[in-house]
Design a protein around this ligand. Structure first.
Ligand code: TRP
Length: 348
């Protein structure tokens, strides 16, 4: 994406944030994640805290656990059911209130998936191939481009448009998908009847959370602190972080990726600046830094983990939340599909 496009996305997002705060009842948000593994601090700071904030402002909130997106760049769907339930628990522990918000899965909502067909007719193959996020995911997968990887941004448009969401809190990498959703809404409206609003991206302001090796925090890099780890497991992954031999701790992401990633993570968890944490540690070395980071992360996540464990211990609880969310999502999707069929003249 060009810098210009990005700058204008930021500007539009800032205006949107002001409008939402003034009139939250005008907005519905759809957001979610791919249930490929346990959620980590990157998810929490990236989008989950933002969706909780929107919910608490009074914006109607819908969370998709995008199980069909799991198989965009891999063959095996893995322990998808477990990951769906884990993600639902983490969302609720982080503050998503299942009495106010909906948590659902793709695969349980046929009418959402059916929107893919008319939506696919609204985009060209060239547009699909141009999507920079798809290109990056293709390269990272090291495999042939599957039909689903190529077209999943259109499926993601169905996630957003099935419930007529008009705001989507996202990080920068998701902007091309939001743009595609806007194009699809616009073309559908022009071609058939005006039933969709163009959704807007609300850029989350939190920085990318570095993984413990300085690269982006990601399950697939094995550098993540997951929300559900025990304090001991957290200490263990932090202890394994490669640092360097300079005892004097300083914040410099370019030359000291490990040390700086640790400082950033501690900064996010304590609300302090990484530089001032570095000053506090001074020449006490990487061992002292790791102790401080472990304590910061564990105390920051203690309440989340306590709530999560409490919910996980209630038999059938998370299953019932997802089942109820799926029922609601089905009602909404069927209603939208009825409108789409009427607009297209395919109602019999
Ligand atoms: N693609 C998103 C991710 O990888 C997850 C997602 C699926 C999503 N459907 C969505 C995000 C709809 C926003 C809106 O994180």
């Amino acid at each position: 994406m060009s810098t210009d496009t990005y700058t204008s996305s930021v500007e539009r997002s800032n205006v949107l944030a002001t409008d939402i705060a003034a009139d939250p009842g005008m907005y519905r948000t759809l957001t979610g994640e791919r249930p490929t593994g346990p959620l980590h601090l990157g998810h929490l700071f990236g989008t989950i805290r933002e969706r909780v904030r929107l919910q608490d402002l009074g914006v109607e909130t819908v969370v998709v656990l995008a199980d069909y997106q799991v198989i965009t760049d891999r063959d095996a769907i893995g322990q998808v059911q477990r990951h769906v339930y884990d993600a639902a628990l983490d969302n609720i522990a982080a503050g998503i209130d299942p009495d106010k918000s909906t948590i659902f899965t793709h695969s349980a909502v046929p009418a959402l998936n059916q929107l893919l067909l008319p939506f696919l007719s609204l985009v060209t193959e060239a547009e699909l191939h141009r999507n920079p996020t798809v290109k990056a995911e293709l390269a990272a997968s090291g495999r042939a481009l599957s039909g689903l990887l190529l077209t999943y941004p259109v499926h993601q448009a169905a996630d957003i448009l099935f419930c007529k969401a008009n705001v989507v809190p996202v990080g920068k990498d998701q902007l091309p998908h939001i743009e595609m959703s806007r194009v699809i809404a616009r073309r559908f409206n022009d071609r058939y009847a005006a039933i969709f609003q163009e959704p807007q991206a609300l850029l989350t302001s939190s920085p990318d959370v570095p993984g413990l090796d300085g690269r982006k925090m990601s399950k697939s890099f094995g550098n993540a602190i997951t929300l559900s780890m025990t304090p001991e497991e957290t200490a263990q992954v932090i202890r394994r972080t490669p640092t360097d031999s300079d005892r004097y701790i300083s914040y410099d992401p370019d030359t000291r990726p490990g040390v700086s990633a640790l400082l950033t993570v501690a900064g996010l968890c304590t609300g302090k600046k990484p530089e001032s944490i570095a000053d506090e540690i001074g020449s006490a070395g990487a061992g002292a830094l790791k102790t401080l980071v472990t304590e910061s992360v564990n105390s920051f996540l203690a309440e989340h983990r306590r709530r999560r464990a409490e919910l996980a211990a209630q038999p059938g609880y998370v299953q019932s939340i997802v089942r109820r969310g799926n029922e609601l999502a089905n009602e909404t999707a069927e209603q939208t599909l009825r409108e789409v069929r009427r607009a297209m003249g395919t109602h019999y």
